[in-house]
Design a protein around this ligand. Structure first.
Ligand code: URP
Ligand code: ZN
Ligand code: ZN
Length: 466
């Protein structure tokens, strides 16, 4: 640690692009200096960023390390998942304790805190999944809130597992409206989807493609619409997670234009991958997640990119939830409803977004930083400690070579999973150096981090409320 100068690079934040040296003392950024190094004084280490882009370490606001899904548990632990995140320039994740039916809410929070403590290479916060709304849960919400959890995820999907009725959702929303917490929503119409799934299996339609065909975009749009109305009625801030459908972008756009505190997140898989990937016999299981990948011919991907560029959508997170193909996804051979839902993405979100800006021009570099780092930090109450490069911010940085090229592959990735859903994709830009709170975590193609380095982030309220 000590004093580090990141010298000669182009600093890119959500607001500006500038030639500047970044001076770090201990865990913090202490100055942004003219690029000639003259004002830096004594430094212990110089990181040469000539010709490189210097980004804030990015914030992945939606990950699932070691969560149960049906008969499987997601493969990355906090240790392996945060290490993989760091390789990809992500220096903060927000993960989820899971309250299942019959569980204590507080108990699930404490269990996840214990799992993560001493097992994270980068800093982490927690949203709370509320899977059983009952009087005890309502009492325990206040206790979890006091631990720095300012966002709560509810589901209109997965009946019998995480699903809540509209009344249950409304009661948690009323509580959130009172204290300013943000409600995260998995918006799909779970009971209609269950009907379609039963009918598909009864008709012998058991292949992975039927996972997508039984979760139509209209049922994602319907659930988004309904929960936006519930949020409007109760006054709770609402953040719709892992949006895959153009219908949801339209719903959010309308609500925001009316002044409602509604925000939207999408993920690289919905931006880059497509429904046809599920239609390759059982191999399609590698691409099973919920909501499902969509058909680009229907305009979903285009609407998501446009939404990010115009501000109708605010965040790109991963919903990282990795399951091995062999032994985990294969649990659903002969019955797609048994395939554990989720994809491995945490390592590649930021590189894919950098590529989108550098190679495809789909976002400006500044807007890319905004959706990958700055806005998630603001929405989840950790800005400007996280999500930007400024005096006083944590020294979380990613130094990127825009001329570099990388090829995504299971053979080289660091996620603890046996396949890549982006196999063979060539990206513009390589992440050369990553710092977390002033410690070099990745450099020279090696991991220098430590699983005891990451700290729990007690988060404040949403900083973007109107
Ligand atoms: O397929 C998904 N999304 N798996 C993770 C659980 C969730 O719904 O976020
Ligand atoms: Zn979800
Ligand atoms: Zn999720």
């Amino acid at each position: 640690m000590g004093r580090i100068l990141v010298a000669g690079g182009t600093v890119v934040t959500a607001a500006e692009t500038m030639q500047a040296d970044v001076l770090i003392d201990g865990e913090k950024i202490v100055a942004l200096l003219a690029s000639d190094g003259s004002a830096a004084g004594d430094v212990d280490t110089v990181i040469d960023a000539n010709g490189k882009l210097v980004f804030p370490g990015s914030v992945d606001a939606h990950t699932h390390m070691e969560i149960p899904f049906g008969a499987a548990t997601s493969k990355d632990t906090f240790e392996t998942g945060t290490r993989a995140a760091a390789w990809g320039g992500t220096t903060t994740i927000i993960d989820f304790p899971i309250q299942m039916k019959g569980d204590s809410l507080l108990g699930s929070f404490e269990e996840t805190m214990a799992k993560a403590d001493g097992n994270a290479a980068i800093d982490y916060g927690l949203h709370q999944i509320v899977g059983d709304v009952n009087p005890q849960t309502m009492a325990e919400l206040d206790l979890v809130f006091k631990e720095g959890v300012s966002s709560y995820k509810l589901f209109t999907a997965y009946p019998g597992v995480y699903y809540s009725t509209d009344g249950e959702i409304s009661s948690v929303m009323q509580w959130a409206a009172d204290n300013g917490s943000t409600i995260l929503m998995h918006a799909e119409n779970g009971s209609v989807i269950d009907l379609l799934r039963e009918q598909a299996i009864a008709a012998g339609n058991t292949d992975p493609i039927f996972h997508a065909l039984t979760r139509p975009a209209a049922l994602e749009g319907e659930a988004a619409h309904r929960t936006i109305i519930l949020a409007e009625q109760t006054g709770a801030p609402l953040y719709i997670v892992h949006i895959s459908a153009k219908e949801v972008v339209a719903e959010i756009s309308v609500a925001r234009s009316m002044g409602q505190n509604v925000f939207g997140e999408t993920c690289p898989q919905y931006l880059y991958l497509e429904q046809a990937l599920l239609d390759q016999g059982f191999e399609g299981a590698k691409f099973v997640c919920s909501p499902p990948l969509r058909d680009p011919a229907e305009g979903h991907q285009a609407a998501l990119w446009t939404g990010l560029a115009t501000g109708d959508l605010q965040v790109v997170a991963t919903d990282h939830c990795p399951f091995d193909y062999e032994g985990q996804k294969t649990l659903g051979r002969g019955d797609f409803t048994r395939i554990p839902n989720g994809l491995p993405v945490v390592e590649h979100r930021f590189p894919l977004l950098i590529h989108a800006a550098l190679a495809d021009g789909l976002l400006t570099l500044n807007r890319m930083v905004d959706v990958a780092a700055t806005t998630p930090a603001k929405l989840f109450g950790i800005y400007p400690k996280k999500g930007t490069i400024a005096v006083g911010s944590d020294a979380d940085l990613a130094v990127v070579d825009p001329a570099g090229r990388s090829v995504l592959s299971a053979a080289t990735h660091h996620m603890n999973v046996d396949y890549s859903c982006f196999e063979g994709m060539e990206l513009h830009g390589t992440i050369d150096v990553v710092l977390s709170r002033g410690s070099v975590v990745v450099a020279d193609g090696k991991f220098h981090g430590d699983r005891r380095h990451g700290r729990y982030l007690r988060r404040g309220l949403n900083q973007l409320l109107r």
